[in-house]
Design a protein around this ligand. Sequence first.
Ligand code: FUB
Length: 449
Amino acid sequence: MKNIKSLLSFSSLLLLLSVNANGQNPIIKDQFTADPTARVFEGKVYLYPSHDIPAPSDYSRKDWFCMEDYHVYSSENLMDWTDHGIIVSQESVPWVAPKSYSMWAPDCVYKNGKYYFYFPSAPKGEGMRGFGVGVATSDKPYGPFTPEEAPIKGVFGIDPCVLVDADGQSYIYWSAGGISVAKLKDNMMELDTKPLRINTLPKKGLIEGPFAFQRNGKYYLTFPWVRENIEVLAYAMSDNPMGPFEFTGIIMDESPTGCWTNHHSIVEYNGQWYLFYHHNDYSPKFDKNRSTRIDSLSFNADGTIQKVIRTERGVGVHQYAKTIEIDRFSKKSDNAAIEYINREIPTLGWKVVFSKPEAWVSYNSVQFPEKSSGKLNLTSKVKSEKGATLQVWSQVKSDKKLLGEIKVPASTEWQNISSSVKGSKGLQNIVLSMKEGESAEVDNITFAE
Ligand code: FUB
């Protein structure tokens, strides 16, 4: 029942929303997307996630991962994502069991004019067990991709990640009760060395999801790790892509709501590093329907990674005239809560609930015109049973300016309230606070000329 509701609510979202715009976490709003591998190709960020779906009637494991195909998405601003559609499916790969729904975490890399898409899945055939890793190739990052007839020989496991080093040598990493690595031949489809088990990492809780990259001559092997009960993201460093790797630290702590898996990638784009990861935002009761998120990632001077704190706001610059889902906050006071609009239909999104005067939320990086336009119209989708007065502010560092007030008439229904407010200029953080009232709920706000 719940899964059918999720499906229905996603298709209604398709009709209601401009799909995958506005950037806030989670970034893909019309489908579940997990295991997000981000790569920079042709000046854009391409996102290759796996694709969770509610289990269809011909798949008996209703409580397990269910994935039949892969989509690819791209973005130039990390806010607006274009879905380029399905690039590989369980039916289109000759060696995959076509009803196994096991198209798990993929990767895609570029070498010598071709894009190589790597994916794990369950092989077909009598008595076949476990996972193989296949390759599909394309001339473009968004496909069409042509799958190879057979999986890569010698790789049994899940979650391939390929590192193409500066000297052109490629390495493939994957998981199977631990993380293994091997050199790839120049054709990117055959192992050039025997698999080497990386045995300097934690002995327990290393199940899946390796992601390797190189920065300033150091090699980073990052991975989900069951530190206690569920996965954190952790990493190890080395001077060599095949190790030995030294366990270095934690990139992201456990999910605050108990989503068991996390799976990630790390990419530099326009001078900033980003962590792509997943969480079950749109499926709070079933953590195998996950959604991609992005947050910024920074390094210390010695090359170690600073811990990333999950945000609802995510990344990217928000153009002021686009609706701001203010519940996707950057910071908030304790007496401002974030709740689902309808917990039974999580894909409808969230709202802010102010429960005391002075409660506030802030939303970073809103781009206003370079010259202030004087007055703006602010439409706020709000609800307050006894009525309330809200205030909207712009803020850069400690310079906080009141733009105007929103008078919310008493009502148990959502209302779109129009207020005339001062304009602003340049890059601002927006703060919304409650001045008077017992409680008020806010879904979103929109500035307009
Ligand atoms: O998405 C299926 C599996 O869950 C992936 O392969 C793992 O990394 C975990 O996220």
